[in-house]
Design a binder for this molecule. Structure first.
Ligand code: DQA
Length: 162
């Protein structure tokens, strides 16, 4: 099973930008932790960061037929991007949205997420730990998907034997 982690604009500035909101941890350190956890759980993982909306749309589309799950922090595009929402909906791959800060406790324009309604879940306000929680959530989704596939296969085999 493979997870693609997609990071939106300005997240490459973590550790530099607004440390009182986002904390001191750099994006590469967050990714190193996620990679370690993925390896422990025998899951493939890939990371992508872009400041450009179209590149994020392209990366989501590339997940089709390649990834089993997407962990995404669309950053500021969360609140504006119908294009990213449509891409997530189109690929039909379970996605979990992560925000380091609690977007619901910040400025009003951050309270709305255009992307969350097409995601399996949303994790906010837990800092870098939110990405770890998203990984746990994704493993649970993979378990459910595998159980469903197994049940479908068994039902098919039973039907063939009749
Ligand atoms: C963010 C929240 C967004 O509102 C903001 O534009 C970001 C980061 C977060 O992780 O808390 O860039 O997605």
């Amino acid at each position: 099973m493979k997870i693609v982690v997609i990071q939106g604009p300005n997240l490459n500035m973590l550790g530099v930008r607004d440390q009182n909101v986002y904390g001191p941890m750099k994006l590469e350190d967050i990714h190193a932790q996620m990679k370690g956890f993925a390896e422990q759980n025998k899951v493939e993982i890939e990371f992508f960061q872009s400041n450009l909306e179209g590149e994020i749309v392209d990366r989501i589309q590339e997940c089709m037929g390649d990834a089993d799950g997407i962990i995404i922090n669309p950053a500021a595009y969360t609140h504006t991007s119908i294009a990213i929402r449509d891409a997530l909906a189109a690929v039909k791959i379970p996605a979990i949205e992560v925000h380091l800060s609690n977007i619901h406790a910040r400025e009003e324009f951050r309270h709305t997420s255009l992307t969350a309604p097409v995601c399996a879940g949303q994790i906010v306000g837990m800092g870098p730990f939110g990405y770890h929680l998203a990984m746990i959530g994704m493993l649970e989704i993979f378990n459910q998907v595998n159980a469903m596939r197994q049940a479908q296969q068994q039902a098919q085999e039973a039907a063939q034997q009749k």
